[in-house]
Design a protein around this ligand. Structure first.
Ligand code: A2H
Length: 253
């Protein structure tokens, strides 16, 4: 991370069905609004390969009114940043409808805009930072080593993580081809570096660097509107296309 502001793409995933624990807390308080979990990403071009969404189990989230029709599920910190970036009116105002901890969101079914898998589940991830982005991380295991390692942990130890194995059953989707690692860059790098789990923090940082550079400089899109184009060309176009469709917006911090 540099010294300047980080430019994210905020991805809007509408809640389709709350987990039982969330349903109890949420439904009477949202005034009929559509609720979106909003994830901050640096790789909008990978959104075709979303397979699930991660939250931190001990992170506190809120549901914040955007207007009478919509609300966003994010951290309070992100809601405060967003109101100063024109997400709601008046600027600087925050209307929190619900407070809920991450653990209760696990098992919630949401839609995944642009993904070849349009319905995905919320799952726990160990190292979600409350102090970065929205606290919601969309998972693209084909291209993110952290996401892939976490998905493998969840599959191996579903009981320990208190999840239904069915929620982690979507396989990584080929989205970008790279000359060195093929159609599933993150799984290939995780294997090469012998990464065993999301707890291998140091190696995952290395893997993240390698995957990011390889995808950005040498990757070619395998799916979507910009199939066949380089990632460098497609990245901004996918972002613009999602924003045009009302499925994403710019978010900086
Ligand atoms: B990225 P930077 Cl395919 N805690 O999106 C932990 N990680 C978070 C987070 C949080 N609160 N908020 C966002 N992130 C993740 C896609 C992706 C990402 C791919 C490959 C690499 C990658 C799908 N997950 O990130 O510290 C989000 O994951 C590696 C650069 O601000 C977001 O982009 O540089 C990225 O970390 C932002 O990290």
């Amino acid at each position: 991370e540099g010294v300047g502001p980080q430019e994210y793409t905020a991805i809007k995933s509408q809640v389709i069905e709350w987990s039982p624990a969330a349903k109890e807390i949420v439904e009477s308080k949202i005034g009929g609004r559509k609720v979106y979990m909003v994830a901050a990403t640096l790789r909008p071009e990978t959104m075709y390969g979303q397979t699930n969404c991660f939250v931190g189990t001990s992170i506190k989230y809120g549901i914040f009114a955007v207007n009478d029709q919509e609300a966003y599920l994010i951290t309070y910190r992100a809601a405060r940043n967003m109101t100063f970036q024109g997400v709601n009116e008046p600027r600087g105002s925050i209307e929190q409808l619900v407070e809920i901890e991450g653990a209760k969101l696990v098992g919630t079914k949401i839609n995944a805009p642009f993904s070849v898998n349009p319905e995905i589940y919320v799952l726990p991830m160990d190292n979600v930072l409350a102090t970065k982005g929205t606290g919601v991380v969309t998972s693209v295991p084909s291209d993110s080593p952290h996401d892939y390692a976490t998905l493998m942990d969840l599959r191996k130890k579903a009981e320990y993580y208190k999840i239904d194995p069915a929620w982690a059953s979507i396989d990584p989707v080929p989205v970008i081809s790279t000359p060195t690692y093929g159609d599933l860059t993150a799984p290939a790098i995780v294997k090469q570096l012998k990464i065993q789990s999301q707890k291998d923090v140091k190696q995952l940082e290395d893997a993240k660097e390698i995957a990011y550079k390889e995808g950005f400089y040498n990757g070619t899109m395998l799916v979507g509107e910009f199939k066949g184009q380089s990632v460098q060309d497609a990245k901004g176009k996918v972002r613009d296309s999602m924003i045009q469709a009302g499925l994403a917006f710019a978010y900086a911090e």
